[in-house]
Design a protein around this ligand. Sequence first.
Ligand SMILES: C[S@@+](CC[C@H](N)C(=O)[O-])C[C@H]1O[C@@H](n2cnc3c(N)ncnc32)[C@H](O)[C@@H]1O
Length: 258
Amino acid sequence: MKDATYDGPGSQDLTTWDRIADRYIELADHRATSSFHHLTDFFHERLRPLSGKSVLDVGCGHGWLAHSLADQGAEVTGVDGSESMITQARSRYPNLTFHTADLVGGLGPARAVAGYDAMVARFSLQCIADLDGLLRDVIVALRPGGLFLASMPHPAFYMRERVEDPVTKERYRKVTGYLEHEIRILPDFGGHRYFHRPVSWYIKSFARHGMHLDDMREPPQHPDTAGNRKRDEWTDFEKWWSTIPVFLGLGFRKAAAG
Ligand SMILES: C[S@@+](CC[C@H](N)C(=O)[O-])C[C@H]1O[C@@H](n2cnc3c(N)ncnc32)[C@H](O)[C@@H]1O
């Protein structure tokens, strides 16, 4: 069953990712303390001990997460549809294996290895126009009992404007739509499409493919304006800002064999 916003294979998005890869990589490399890295600990925490585990990084970009998991002893393979991203990943981490595939059609060459202990998808699922083909391959290539961990912009609150009413002083995020699937544009790094789907849609889609919710994280947001100031030095507005999560972590588990 195709996603409601599906409008063809990922080729138009991959052309965009090839164009914006350098800007994305620059940002990823230099935003050490920002919210950009939210939920990276989630992957490490849930996969520990990493030693000897085989992990597939789905939508691996330039491979930094794959590398950080491999650094802890995992055997990591990465797959991404952007040639520019994969070229960077291969040149930075020549000891790791990276494949190119349009994930709308499934895992491509990464499918051939059956029995991954885990898969990670850091901020990639929402970029993929349709997940049906991908999830079909994931359930085959994941070992029984294996984990699929994903992080993504929080479908309810990400990029929803923060408002402080000048008269009533009421503070809120302006949620203009949630249950309907939408194609939205994320202007960062040169502009790319992302596919808004409600959280329940992800949970049902994974369940339909034999993977059930095992974990869910909604970390407090670190306000962009707070820099390195400690929480008790934040303004009232910043404290409020942190109470609405804009990133989401989801963990799914394939049932153990028999
Ligand atoms: C926001 S980046 C995340 C990259 C990496 N996981 C990270 O954490 O830095 C999204 C990634 O999804 C990839 N992507 C988008 N659409 C795709 C598709 N249809 N098939 C394969 N990869 C895709 C992009 O090339 C990009 O590397």
